[in-house]
Design a protein around this ligand. Structure first.
Ligand SMILES: [Cu+2]
Length: 130
């Protein structure tokens, strides 16, 4: 519990510092670089069957985004009706992990949704399964 409070204070401080350090006017639109998502799979490259996806999520300054709700959806690009999704587990340090079972190889599309406070970010990431 104490750790959680510390983390949220740290993130709050980071946001404040970024806001003070920037002389640019506030912008409403969320550019695709406000949040960076890097996905690594285990095994790598991903194989058909059980795969662990590890996501590293950082803000535009490279600071980890911790304590966010991270929903990962996977869709088989070549077909419809093969979607699955779930909430990734927070591993601290801006890292999140989720296990998935890919029933088929081919081109999949991961849709990662990151929500935290006023942040509401979504990104599609192409993902190949061998
Ligand atoms: Cu399929």
């Amino acid at each position: 519990m104490r750790k959680m409070i510390f983390v949220s204070m740290l993130v709050g401080l980071t946001v404040l510092l970024a806001a003070c350090g920037s002389s640019a006017p506030m912008q409403e639109s969320t550019s695709s670089k406000d949040v960076n998502i890097v996905v690594v799979s285990n095994p790598s490259p991903a194989m058909m069957g059980d795969v662990e996806l590890m996501l590293t999520i950082t803000d535009k300054d490279g600071n980890p985004i911790e304590g966010a709700a991270v929903n990962v959806a996977a869709d088989h690009t070549d077909m419809s009706g093969m979607g699955m999704n779930g909430l990734a587990t927070d591993q601290d340090g801006g890292k999140y992990s989720i296990k998935a079972n890919f029933p088929e190889s081919g081109n999949w599309m991961l849709t990662v949704k990151v929500t935290k406070d006023s942040l509401d970010y979504k990104e599609d990431i192409e993902f190949k399964v061998q």
